[in-house]
Ligand binder design. Sequence first.
Ligand code: BG6
Length: 493
Amino acid sequence: MITNINQACDLIIFGTKGDLAKRKLLPALYKLEKYERMHPDTRIIGAGRADWTQEKYIDMVREAIKNFLNEKMKDNIWKKLRLRLVFFNIDVYKEKYFLELKNIINQKKNIAIYYCAVPPSTFNAIFTGLGKAHLNSYPSRIILEKPLGTCLKTSKKINNQIAKYFLESQIFRIDHYLGKESILNLLSLRFANSFFFHNWNHKIIDHIQITVSEEVGIENRWNYFDQMGQTRDMVQNHLLQILTIIAMNQPNDLTSESIRCEKLKILKALDPINEKNINIQSIRGQYTSGIVNGKKVVSYLEENGANIDSLTETFVALKVNIINKKWSGVPFYLRTGKRLARKYSEIVVVFKDIPKNLFKKFNKDLLPNKLIIRLEPNESIKINFLNKIPGINEKYKLKNDEMEFNYSKILDSKNLVGAYERLLLESMKGTQSLFVCRDEIEEAWNWIDPIISYWKISNKNNLQLYASGTWGPKNLDSIMTRDDRFWNKFNYK
Ligand code: BG6
């Protein structure tokens, strides 16, 4: 793989007029321009089906960046970026357009990177078009956006289709969570600190909680979301990726091969959730109307385009067991939902009790030690531990204290790299460690598929309603209290 950061690329964005390109990719490219991270000869070729002039495309890009950039757009940066832009009108179902595209791409000097920011139903036409026009040869690369299928079968289909034309080493499957600074920091936290390294196993850890709570609803994506549900939309990819990074053994090195190999072992070791345990190891919910962030919001069934009979879940909690030596007896509790009270993502590692705690008889409740990793917002790492209450009369009385490292404070705007920025840059460098490989995707579906099937057969009663703006279904705690454990309460800091 070519890893030269200075390599010039032709980034061809299929779906350049779409939501993903406007909201994420174009603002990310602006940021790469701002920090001079792109080669001077790199070009951005927007491919879309429209009879647009170059000027019209440039106007659209400018508008999109203005609307979705999290800072004020600067003229000097925009002037540089606009020089890289090229618009290409394409009907991906017609071969002749790919032959024309061939004349536009500078194959001699630039590496072609094809970004498929389009619905999966269009993927195959793009793979085939590129293949037939011989635009697929190494070192070109192709980036795929999720969803990569809706189950193992459809995911395999996409993977087989792309494998006809591209090698695995050319394929970059995006899970944007892998581009987040705080997720990357998990590797350093676990493998660069002896304190954590040696204490990361079933002897020391009681259980781990992973929460990804969202305030947004389905954002006008009824057709997409209703066939996915929160489990396929968030758990199959983002939450399972976090889980693998938290649970994997130390890789041999930091290459993509070694990291992916360890992550894959975890996915293969996930204990199946089946008809026997589905009712105690899963909770699914759907939001009703309510108030989120001071604003009234409608129920899932009242969203644009809704089918009022839908039983799709917008919330899910799972108890996951990993069957290997390291994690034997240590459950991982996962929860994620839309229209919840606050947007935040957090990992909570709860440590085991001391076998004979000398202080127990002097204190009613001794809270367990916890390591709380806030992924966002306000990235931080906290440790909860017990201390003596000061004073002469409080000989053995303890209180729970918190030690905090505020990661977000050292992330100033210059070194805070957005997920898409980082992933685009990595694809330009040709490094795949932050992308998901075929085996990971398929293994994740292999584990998710039965859960969704059992829900379907088990009956509609398993869908709990929850009001928007709350923390999810009322019975959410039961998945933990049954094991005498508790969700860590959200602490707004
Ligand atoms: C996307 C999902 O992959 O991730 C969305 O399709 C979800 O439904 C989003 O809202 C969450 O991403 P983030 O970065 O805002 O946590």
